[in-house]
Design a protein around this ligand. Structure first.
Ligand code: F6P
Length: 366
């Protein structure tokens, strides 16, 4: 399949959880592809559509006016991994390999290439599909920003904008009522959303998975602020944060997903313990999917459009098996096989942690 004719037909899909900027990439791919004489097929609901044969042609009219629209016009799914396909049986769910079906549909649609827009899970699937001979290009998205091979994923800036706005609002009510407010944010095993959102929203304490915290240090920070006359505090906590020697807080398992763990609930635990151990009235706000929904920021619209345009450039040059990536201020290709080697986690000596500490933000570690 890789030694191919002129590129005439390409498929595009959005895999995994949605995020702001997906439509901007779809637009960024579809418009130039048509100018180059390619027919674009939008595959519905992520890899689910590739396995189940759900696709429709995308023309300029379909992508016109979607730059600022949140979500994805193609639909997405984080349960449609062709190599980990859940099938309901009488005695429970059986996980099957449906990759042959995915390849069959790619061939039946006569595709010359597939552009898959997604996060870590999507890039792993892209890598396996490349090994099966499909001409794949990856475009990295995720609010979590946990892909090591790119300086940033699109979606992250929009998510931290929401966190920042939320913290601004929580600030005024926390200070009026002399309360502690704990704000739980997403991010899975990476603390980027809490770190960057907490930094831009002026959190007093940031708790992230990469830096397990001490309960005592968290209480001390709140008490120190009280001694300085500040009878309120804002705590930004990652859903994956945990105290030293404790496990992450989860909401259960979903075996239909490649990573079955559903994180969540640490905000409530932190709030309860703070109130009990500092005597300060405490409330919790869980931002949840507000961080994933809605319109992308200008930064994400620009990054998404650049990613889309570069992906088509790679397709037209038949440079397959690559993911587009932001490196400094340039978009560059990175081999998908290299892009999935490592997750990007917050390093405790990163500049953002240093800056946060230098303005007095505590990570519950010092
Ligand atoms: O990976 C993006 C993300 O929003 C994570 O931050 C979060 O843990 C997860 O997806 C939530 O997934 P779901 O929408 O399936 O609850």
């Amino acid at each position: 399949m890789s030694a191919i004719r002129k590129i005439r037909r390409i498929g595009v899909l959005t895999g995994g959880g949605d995020c702001p900027g997906l439509n901007a990439v779809i637009r960024g791919v579809t418009k130039p592809a048509q100018d180059l004489g390619m027919t674009v097929f939008g595959i519905m609901d992520g890899f689910e559509g590739l396995v189940e044969g759900k696709a429709r042609e995308l023309r300029n009219a379909d992508v016109s006016g979607i730059l600022a629209r949140g979500g994805t016009i193609l639909g997405s799914s984080n349960k449609g991994d062709p190599f980990h396909w859940p099938v309901q049986k009488d005695d429970g769910i059986e996980i099957m390999d449906k990759s042959a079906q995915a390849v069959k549909n790619y061939e039946a649609w006569n595709l010359d290439a597939l552009i898959a827009i997604g996060g870590d899970g999507t890039m792993h699937i892209c890598n396996k599909l490349s090994q099966l001979g499909l001409n794949v290009i990856g475009v990295p998205k995720t609010i979590d920003n946990d892909l090591d091979a790119t300086d940033l994923t699109f979606g992250h800036d929009s998510a931290i904008y929401v966190v920042s706005m939320a913290l601004d609002r929580l600030h005024t009510t926390a200070s009026s009522h002399h309360r502690v407010i704990v704000c739980e944010v997403m991010g899975r095993y990476a603390g980027w959303i809490a770190l960057n959102g907490g930094l831009s929203g002026g959190a007093d304490i940031i708790l992230i998975p990469e830096m397990p915290f001490s309960w005592e240090k968290v209480y001390d920070k709140i008490k120190q602020r009280e001694l300085m006359g500040k009878k309120f505090s804002l705590v930004a906590v990652s859903e994956g944060a945990r105290a030293l020697g404790e496990e992450m807080t989860t909401k259960g398992q979903d075996i239909k997903r490649t990573d079955p763990v559903r994180l969540g609930g640490i905000g409530e635990v932190v709030a309860r313990n703070i109130e009990k151990n500092t005597g300060r009235e405490t409330r919790v706000t869980v931002l949840g999917h507000l961080q994933r929904g809605g319109s992308p920021t200008p930064f994400d619209r620009i990054l998404s459009t650049k990613f889309g345009a570069y992906a088509i450039d790679l397709v037209s040059r038949k440079k397959f098996g690559y993911m587009v990536a932001l490196k400094g201020s340039d978009i560059k290709p990175v081999r998908i096989v290299d892009a999935i080697l490592k997750q990007k986690l917050v390093q405790p000596d990163t500049q953002a942690v240093f800056a946060a500490k230098s303005v007095g933000i505590s990570f519950g570690t010092e």
